[in-house]
Design a protein around this ligand. Structure first.
Ligand SMILES: [Zn+2]
Length: 402
């Protein structure tokens, strides 16, 4: 598959051709990030920051039903008429090319693309905007992933299997997070985002400690990214339970605001400029299993990936601590909670883990990662997770999956 975006940050940063051994450190972030209740009403006002007066909105049909009126009325109040393009559900090259040609066929010269929705819609929106050569504005309606702030998209096949990523020269021009929308969304999304956010600390730490580790942007991680990744997980540990309760009540409170920021801004900068390793590689592997792919969210798979990473790195105390928190908040702690049966799904799961072990992200681990040690770590993590759930209980998980 060829794309019109062949930017690859790793060779850019390597400087190997200049004889330098170590790449420089680097950090990127969205140009602007704004968060608070009821901000969707005021999107038009903030478009002045891009600046944009002729936007196109990219949103799913369900998103348009739920948020379209509020969004478009807010824009119209400022005499901004936006075209609407429907996101058809998968962040695949088929969908990206379809949406880009559909918008080109509309014939208007748009000056921004506003992607409104969950992680896949936002990621597809970034790819569409780069093809139209216009800035992307990101409005997450759930806080379930670290997609909103990054200059890359995870690309899936039409069937939903993770295929890799596409990187962009520019971070999103503007990220607007309406915390009231997040408070009104199902709690499971916020909790999944906490799984993604927790992993940020451990993945960034591994990349930082390994002298050969690289951040996603291609350089060595900065200490700023380390501090952000650390704060990201600590915020989830400190405020996660209270934030989930606020979300159950549908109310924005300071704990929920902090966790939304951790899931969205800190996790986004933390993974991109801090680095990604085993937790995300293993999560990508789970997308090869139809039951996990159909019924579970990215952050839920990352949580199990994180337990596997900690088992692989043999930091068992931490693995137990994270597993207990996952059980308390309702994240999967063992494979059955991702609808994976280690006996019936054994061969497919082993093959999935072999794919995970072979991803370039695993190069950030300071030792050789093989299909065998990844498989052994997964089984060890499953055992630790089952013990944590036996001790903490599975009420939080069942409440989210009722
Ligand atoms: Zn993630």
């Amino acid at each position: 598959m060829t794309t019109n975006n062949d930017f690859s940050p790793k060779p850019l940063f390597s400087l190997a051709d200049t004889g330098r051994q170590t790449p420089p450190t680097g950090l990127i972030a969205p140009a602007r990030y704004v968060q608070g209740p009821d901000l969707l009403d005021h999107l038009g006002r903030f478009l002045a920051l891009v600046p944009s007066t002729r936007p196109a909105v990219y949103i799913s049909a369900g998103g348009l039903r739920r948020h379209g009126e509020q969004l478009l009325a807010g824009l119209r109040a400022l005499q901004i008429e936006a075209a609407v393009e429907i996101f058809e559900g998968e962040c695949s090259y088929t969908e990206i090319e379809r949406a880009a040609s559909s918008l080109r066929a509309k014939g208007t010269s748009f000056d921004s693309l506003i992607a409104v929705g969950g992680g896949k819609c936002l990621d597809a929106g970034k790819c569409v905007a780069v093809r139209l050569e216009i800035p992307v504005v990101i409005c997450p309606t759930i806080a379930s992933t670290d997609a909103p702030c990054s200059a890359l998209s995870v690309i899936y096949s039409d069937e939903g299997i993770a295929q890799g990523g596409e990187s962009f020269q520019d971070s999103p021009a503007f990220v607007l997070v309406d915390s009231q929308l997040i408070a009104a969304a199902p709690v499971r999304y916020l909790v999944a985002g906490m799984g993604d956010a927790l992993a940020t600390r451990y993945e960034a730490r591994t990349c930082y400690r390994n002298p050969d580790g690289r951040a996603v942007i291609g350089g060595r991680p900065t200490i700023a990214a380390q501090a952000i990744a650390e704060l990201c997980a600590q915020t989830v540990f400190d405020d996660g339970i209270a934030a989930a309760e606020a979300n159950y009540r549908g109310e924005v409170d300071p704990a929920l605001e902090r966790v939304i920021e951790a899931n969205t801004l800190l996790s986004g900068i933390g993974f991109e400029s801090g680095g990604v390793t085993a937790a995300h590689s293993v999560a990508m592997g789970f997308t090869r299993l139809p039951a996990a792919r159909a019924d579970y969210l990215h952050g839920e798979m990352v949580a199990m990936g994180l337990l596997t990473q900690l088992a692989l790195e043999q930091t068992v105390d931490e693995c137990e601590q994270v597993a207990r928190f996952c059980a308390e908040i309702g994240l999967p702690t063992h494979l059955a909670q991702l609808s994976i049966d280690t006996t019936a799904d054994g061969p497919a799961l082993q093959e999935a883990m072999a794919h995970s072990a072979a991803t370039p992200l695993m190069d950030n681990e300071p030792f050789d990662v093989t299909a065998e040690n990844t498989w052994a770590a997964l089984l060890h993590a499953d055992e630790i997770g089952r013990a944590a759930t036996a001790s903490v209980g599975d009420q939080a998980y069942r409440r989210l999956h009722a």
